[in-house]
Write a protein of this length. Structure first.
Length: 207
């Protein structure tokens, strides 16, 4: 809108507030959430996988989820997105969309200072979309096999303390006569697996 029309018909009237709001909405219409195009891993949470992601751009509340993989729910609350999966997902895509309400197809005419008529007509929805990719935490089985040249080869009764890469205790396990301990459903991602530590409690022989 040129200065002549704005100053002659909009400025200083109740319409000016609405005008500036419309301009701001137009300017921000193409803005997308800060996590667009990113890939996230959903950690195991009991029987499901879940994660909450925060949009630092402040635009997420203007979007809606239009598609997600089977078994995956994605909900928006303010600037937070919560994703939950009931089964394993690999490279699943979640799509978001923002649509401006379509205007009426009828035109609005206005007469300016030069006696020219200007017409504002309806426009399309003008959708804006973006995607993110999700994977669920990889879970597997970890086996500890105890062997010894001492104790006449007996391997039952040895206690192992297992901690993750952050030092958090996963559990304490004791061997049976086979000397084998199997830990089911631990995080099997390569980066974490390479940093697992197996510690013997005091009073037993070294591995």
């Amino acid at each position: 809108m040129d200065a002549v029309y704005f100053n002659g018909y909009i400025k200083g009237t109740p319409a000016e507030t609405a005008y500036h709001k419309i301009i701001a909405n137009i300017s921000s219409h193409q803005n997308r959430a800060s996590f667009l195009g990113q890939t996230y891993t959903l950690p195991r949470a009991g029987a499901t996988y879940s994660r909450t992601i925060t949009d630092t751009s402040g635009v997420l509340s203007g979007y809606q989820v239009v598609s997600a993989p089977s078994g995956v729910t994605a909900s928006i609350s303010g600037g937070n997105l919560t994703v939950m999966a009931t089964s394993a997902v690999t490279n699943g895509k979640i799509t978001f969309k923002r649509t401006m309400p379509a205007m009426s197809s009828q035109g609005i005419f206005a007469l300016d200072a030069t006696a020219d008529q200007r017409c504002v007509v309806g426009v399309g929805d003008d959708p804006v979309t973006f995607d993110i990719t999700i994977n669920t935490e990889s879970l597997g089985n970890l086996s500890i096999i105890k062997t010894t040249q001492h104790n006449s080869g007996l391997v039952d009764g040895f206690t192992f303390e297992v901690r993750n890469s952050g030092g958090t205790l996963v559990g304490t396990y004791t061997t049976t006569r086979s000397g084998v301990i199997t830990i089911q459903k631990y995080n099997a991602s390569p980066a974490l697996y390479s940093r697992w530590m197996l510690l013997l409690t005091s009073g037993v022989l070294s591995v």
